[in-house]
Design a binder for this molecule. Structure first.
Ligand SMILES: Cc1ncc(COP(=O)(O)O)c(C=O)c1O
Length: 375
């Protein structure tokens, strides 16, 4: 399928939709008809029947854990060590715990990420390593009847990219349900980027609740939380509160509608897959040619280079990586026309605007860095 060109009508249409909605009104403090259109499209992609809108990923995971607690009547959360779920108190725990505070690998300590996080909140969060079912099961046994939800980034994307083991996500769901807990997918980064239906589609596992943001808003502040009807009905029953002045506001929703129905089309995902293949293949060849101990990971619109030969399975593996290569790569790319998000942990996000030439430029720049490293 031909890639959408830079002058393609998709971009023009997206801009026109935002401009025309801005002229008609950016805020009415009540739902608009397009809310239902966006919710239906998200239902189609993520198999969740009901949706509420927010304004950020932080708000989406905040609402997801409140829903889980309200529905189950339990307080404890289990999260993965080094997953980031936004900046609200409930999950600002062990985001990047320092090595001297993180405790043993099989029983990580819950470490607050920021001053001002109440200890009583931190104590309600139990931390487990990614893609380890044995420790998760032991943790659920230890806190029998206490756990409201297990929240995971189905593919970890805040320490480079860390893939789950085959079958891991389905087993986490099974374990959660056996212990009366819910499974929340934080798809703020994976949602609509690694597949139309994010990790839910890519791994074939539908969680009880899903948190979205970023890609669904076409560049405007956005977010959504979707879930099972029985869980979401706690909002209608006034058991759980989900509110916000700008939730589902007409401007963001116009951008979401156009993004989801006109920009992120099946053709766009075919384009991402083709670019991902070109990137992964090109980078792998450079790495092989220069015999560097790195490997690329590419999942449709998302990807990264992991600066270690072996696969990273969790935060402790990630800590073995020397970040100087990631910083050097950022500088190499930045000085050669590719502006990446700064930080050693960041991955790339492709847009429908990117062409094969763009990704090959990334590969070329990477080749220059590899040559310099090997000199
Ligand atoms: C996985 C994940 N969840 C939640 C968030 C928070 O999203 P926001 O910055 O929109 O509040 C982020 C932000 O990067 C994220 O990566």
């Amino acid at each position: 399928m031909p890639p959408p060109s830079r002058s393609s009508s998709t971009t023009a249409r997206a801009a026109a939709s935002g401009t025309s909605q801005a002229a008609r009104g950016t805020h009415f403090a009540q739902p608009v008809a397009d809310d239902a259109v966006v919710a239906q499209e998200l239902s189609r992609r993520f198999h969740q029947p009901q949706w509420r809108f927010t304004n950020s990923g932080t708000e989406s995971t905040l609402d997801a854990v409140r829903l889980a607690r309200g529905f189950t009547g339990r307080d404890r959360l289990i999260k993965i060590e080094a997953s980031y779920h936004g900046h609200h108190d409930a999950l600002l725990v062990s985001v990047e715990p320092p090595a001297d505070k993180m405790g043993p690998a099989d029983a990580p300590v819950s470490v607050p990420y920021s001053g001002g996080t109440p200890l009583t909140v931190v104590e309600l969060v139990t931390v487990v390593p990614f893609t380890n079912l044995e420790i998760l099961e032991r943790t659920l046994q230890k806190h029998l009847g206490e756990v409201a939800a297990i929240i995971v980034e189905p593919v970890m994307m805040n320490i480079g990219i860390v893939l789950p083991d085959e079958g891991y996500l389905a087993s986490v769901k099974d374990l959660a349900h056996r212990h009366g807990a819910l499974l929340i997918f934080d798809e703020v980064k994976t949602g609509c980027t690694i597949a139309a239906g994010g990790a839910t589609e890519r791994f074939g596992v539908t969680p009880d609740l899903v948190a979205l943001a970023k890609a669904i808003g076409g560049g405007l502040p956005c977010g959504a939380v979707g879930g099972r009807a029985d869980i979401m009905s706690t909002i209608d029953e006034h058991k759980v509160v989900q509110i916000g002045t700008f939730n589902g506001n007409p401007l963001t929703i116009a951008a979401s509608k156009t993004t989801l129905t006109k920009v992120l089309t099946p053709q766009a995902y075919a384009h991402f897959d083709a670019l991902a293949e070109a990137l992964e293949g090109g980078l792998r060849k450079v790495i092989d040619d220069y015999e560097l101990p790195f490997h690329p990971i590419a999942l449709a619109a998302r990807g990264c280079v992991t600066y270690r030969k072996e696969r990273v399975r969790n935060y402790r593996d990630y800590l073995t990586i020397d970040k100087k290569y990631a910083y050097l790569s950022w500088l190499y790319q930045c000085n050669r026309g590719v502006l990446m998000a700064p930080g050693a942990e960041e991955n790339w996000t492709l847009s429908v605007q990117h062409s094969e030439d763009d990704v090959l430029r990334y590969v070329r720049n990477f080749g220059e860095m590899a040559k310099a490293l090997s000199a």
